[in-house]
Design a protein around this ligand. Structure first.
Ligand SMILES: [Zn+2]
Length: 76
């Protein structure tokens, strides 16, 4: 089993763009790797909400990791 991505562990390399309590968005300022595909991601979105709607994007691929209390989406 892959280990859960811990934001706090990589906090110094992530720039927070948004925080609405239930959801947070960070930009990768370093070379933090996605835990799903092991390549560097551009942004990470984490939410504790049960349902999430994503706006239209530029079509870039993304990976999803289900964690115990939240969902983490890594956009590449
Ligand atoms: Zn990935």
């Amino acid at each position: 089993m892959r280990e859960q991505f811990d934001i706090h562990e990589h906090r110094h390399k992530l720039k927070q763009l948004r925080d609405s309590g239930d959801t947070k968005l960070f930009e990768n300022r370093g070379d933090v790797e996605c835990p799903v595909c092991q390549t560097v991601f551009r942004r990470i979105f984490v939410t504790t909400n049960q349902a999430v709607q994503f706006p239209e994007n530029d079509g870039s691929r993304f990976c999803v990791q289900r964690q115990s209390e939240r969902l983490a989406v890594f956009r590449h």
